[in-house]
Design a protein. Structure first.
Length: 385
C-alpha cells in the first residue's frame, strides 16, 4: 500500500536487472554495456511508447528530481523572469523555484485553485498574457494527496500562448495513461520506482522537439550530451541525450525499459480504472471511521489516499501498520505547506494501492486502522492520560 513511494517490481524487471549485473560481474561494466547496446536502445523505445513519443525525445536520468533539475536548468532565466506554477506543486520543485528567486531574482507566481481543488485552468490564460512567464510548471499528481491536476488543459493554454511548459509526472506515470502529445508539454519528468514498478535510482525526462530546435540544454551539460570540438567550443548532441550524463547504472535503465513494456502490455486504462476503484473503496471505508478525516480534494482523484487520524503521529501509525505487514507512508507539513495549512493539519497517513492489491487487502488495511484508532484512547485511559 505504498506504491506512491516505491512499488513492487514484477519478475521480468527484477530478472533483467539481475542478468545485467551478472554480466557486468563476468565481463566488466563497459563491456556489458557494449554487449547490451541493442537492449538499451529498446529501453528508449519502450519508454517512448509508454508516453506517446519517439526515442530521440527521451533522456534517462537517476530520478524524477534529476530529470526536473536538468529541464529547469536549461531555461535561460534572467532577473525579473517569472515562473508560473500551482499551489500543489511538489515540495522539491517549490524549493527549487524559491532558490532561483533568491539566487537569480526570478519571480514565482502560483495560480489560484478551484473551490473543489486543483489549479484553476480558467485563470491561466489571463495570468500568462498579463505576466508572460518564462516557464509554466505543473505537477500532475501531488505526492501528498489523490488530486489529479488538469495538465492537459494547461498545456493547451501554454501552446496557444507559446510558453514553455514543464510537467512533473512522478506520481502519474504507470498509474494512468500519460501522452505527451495530449499534454502538449515541452518537458515531462518521471521516476521508475513508483507506479511504473521499476527500480529505485532511475528516472527519465521527455524533451519536446521545440526545446531541441531552440537549442536549450542543461546548465552543466555532460560529455554525453555534448562534443568538445575546440579548446573554447563544444557542440550539443541533436536529441534528448543532451540532457543525460555519461555515467549510468545500465541495469536500472534496462529495468526501466522493461517496466515500461510491462505496463504498456497490461494497458494503462485498465491500470487506472483498477487503481481508482481500490482507492475509492479505501476512501469510503476510512470516511466511516470516527476520528479519521480523508483529506483528498478534487473532481478527479487517483490512487493516493491521504488521511488525518486523530491521536496518532503518522510515523507511529506507519510503524504499527508495518508490524501488521501493511506498508504505508507518513506525510508531514513540510511536504505540502500550502495544502496542509489550508486543510488545518500538520501530518497525514498516505495509503497508495496499486492494481495488484486486492479488495481483501483494502479491507484488512481499514480494519487495522480502525483497531489502532480504538486502541489509542483505551491505552490513554489505562495510563491515566
Amino acid at each position: 500500500m505504498n506504491n506512491a513511494g516505491s512499488a513492487l517490481m514484477p519478475e521480468p524487471v527484477v530478472r533483467i536487472i539481475q542478468d545485467h549485473l551478472t554480466l557486468e560481474s563476468r565481463i566488466g561494466g563497459y563491456e556489458a554495456a557494449d554487449a547490451r547496446r541493442d537492449a538499451v536502445q529498446s529501453a528508449y523505445q519502450s519508454v517512448a511508447n509508454l508516453i506517446g513519443t519517439r526515442p530521440e525525445n527521451i533522456a534517462f536520468t537517476e530520478s524524477a528530481t534529476a530529470s526536473y533539475v536538468q529541464a529547469l536548468s536549461s531555461i535561460p532565466f534572467e532577473p525579473g523572469d517569472l515562473i508560473l506554477t500551482t499551489r500543489n506543486d511538489y515540495v522539491s520543485n517549490q524549493i527549487q523555484f524559491l532558490s532561483l528567486q533568491a539566487r537569480m531574482g526570478v519571480r514565482v507566481l502560483r495560480a489560484p485553485d478551484r473551490v473543489e481543488g486543483g489549479v484553476d485552468v480558467r485563470a491561466m490564460p489571463e495570468l500568462i498574457r498579463r505576466h508572460r512567464p518564462k516557464l509554466v510548471c505543473v505537477t500532475h499528481v501531488p505526492t501528498n494527496s489523490g488530486l489529479v491536476q488538469d495538465v492537459g488543459a494547461v498545456g493547451s493554454v501554454c501552446r496557444d500562448e507559446e510558453v514553455l511548459y514543464l510537467v512533473d509526472a512522478c506520481q502519474s506515470i504507470g498509474q494512468m495513461p500519460v501522452d505527451v502529445r495530449e499534454l502538449q508539454c515541452d518537458f515531462l519528468s518521471a521516476t521508475s520506482r513508483k507506479y511504473l514498478r521499476g527500480p529505485r535510482g532511475a528516472g527519465f525526462l521527455y524533451v519536446s522537439d521545440r526545446v531541441l530546435e531552440r537549442g536549450l540544454e542543461p546548465l552543466f551539460i555532460d560529455m554525453r550530451g555534448a562534443e568538445w570540438i575546440a579548446a573554447d567550443r563544444y557542440r550539443a548532441v541533436r536529441d534528448a541525450k543532451r540532457f543525460e550524463n555519461w555515467e549510468f547504472a545500465w541495469a536500472l535503465v534496462l529495468g526501466t525499459g522493461e517496466a515500461a513494456r510491462y505496463a504498456t502490455a497490461l494497458g494503462l486504462e485498465r491500470i487506472r480504472d483498477r487503481v481508482r476503484a481500490l482507492a475509492g473503496r479505501l476512501r469510503q471505508a476510512l470516511s466511516a471511521i470516527d476520528k479519521v478525516r480523508v483529506l483528498d480534494r478534487g473532481t478527479d482523484l487517483c490512487g493516493i489516499v491521504s488521511a488525518w487520524i486523530d491521536g496518532w503521529n503518522p510515523r507511529d501509525l506507519v510503524a504499527a501498520l508495518r508490524d501488521r505487514r501493511i506498508n504505508t507512508n507518513a506525510q508531514i507539513r513540510a511536504y505540502a505547506v500550502i495544502d496542509y495549512d489550508e486543510k488545518g493539519v500538520t501530518t497525514s497517513l498516505r495509503i497508495s494501492p496499486h492494481y495488484y492489491n486486492t479488495e481483501d487487502e483494502i479491507d484488512r488495511t481499514v480494519s487495522a486502522i480502525r483497531e489502532l484508532v480504538l486502541e489509542r484512547p483505551l491505552a490513554r485511559r489505562k495510563e491515566g492520560l
